[in-house]
Design a protein around this ligand. Structure first.
Ligand code: HEC
Length: 244
């Protein structure tokens, strides 16, 4: 074979490669699948964010802690806290483990336990831990504090979280006072959340005394029942209206 012959062979191979390449490019362009405007199926537990066209998780309504903590099961909460203890020391004078020492954590400024190296995500705020914030954080740590190094999936059950918070509250030299139950008309979620941070500073007149357990506070328990229906979604719009 002379060199002319070789050139023809090389040309044929190169031509084939280019041909395959072009066919693939065209194929991709023709068969590219556009995003459907509407999803073909609906995932339960997520609501459609109409503006962004994305699915957003449903925002949980924070309970009225004056109502739920007064009747919480502290002993059951202590049992739940076993799940935290592999990483947290809950006792007085406790040490930092994988997570920071937790004595008095409710009412304590966030990310301020001496000697513990927090993530920058946790350090982004030093607001004190309120009942409401802890309630959200324990449900899904990585959602409330994106980037937290607390690798804990979270506790879905609202009752378990409430009992746990009731127990953690007692693990303190000066437990944050349980707020007075919200009166029916003011039981909207915004007011419940807004009232929470003030607990530590100035307990409301009707607040349960610091050391009182649920059964020592019949006065708080009674109005709690009366306030309960306000948490039902049906009455929520009514409660919101006078707030304007
Ligand atoms: C796998 C280990 C682990 C488990 C289990 C765990 N935590 Fe944590 N926790 C951490 C770490 C690590 C941090 C520090 C997070 C950061 O800096 O982002 C933390 C931080 C916290 C903080 C913030 C403390 C502060 O000083 O601001 C709270 C509150 C908390 N955890 C509560 C809990 C509760 C309640 C439970 C049990 C339901 C729990 N954690 C279970 C590892 C854990």
């Amino acid at each position: 074979m002379d060199s002319f012959e070789w050139n023809k062979i090389a040309g044929a191979i190169l031509g084939t490669v280019i041909f395959i390449f072009v066919v693939r490019l065209i194929g991709e362009a023709v068969y590219e699948v556009p995003e459907p405007a509407k999803p073909g199926y609906v995932v339960e537990g997520v609501v459609e964010d109409a503006a962004a066209g994305k699915a957003a998780p449903t925002e949980e309504v924070v309970p009225d802690f004056g109502t739920v903590l007064a009747k919480a099961d502290v002993a059951a909460g202590k049992a739940v806290s076993a799940r935290c203890e592999q990483c947290h020391d809950l006792n007085k004078g406790g040490v930092n483990k994988i997570g920071p020492a937790m004595w008095g954590v409710i009412g304590r400024a966030r990310a301020t336990e001496a000697g513990f190296s927090y993530s920058s995500a946790m350090m982004a705020s030093h607001n004190p831990w309120t009942f409401a914030q802890l309630y959200k954080y324990i449900k899904a740590p990585a959602i409330m504090v994106p980037g937290t190094k607390m690798s804990f999936a979270g506790i879905r059950s609202a009752d378990e979280r409430i009992n746990l918070i009731a127990y953690l509250r007692t693990q303190s030299d000066a437990p944050v006072a349980i707020p007075a139950p919200q009166p029916v008309a003011a039981a909207a979620p915004e007011t419940a959340a807004a009232a929470a941070p003030k607990d530590g500073a100035a307990p409301a007149a009707g607040a349960v005394p610091v050391a009182a357990g649920a059964k020592d506070a019949p006065a708080a328990a009674a109005p709690a029942k009366a306030a309960a229906p306000a948490a039902a979604p049906a009455t929520a719009p009514k409660a919101a209206a006078p707030a304007k």
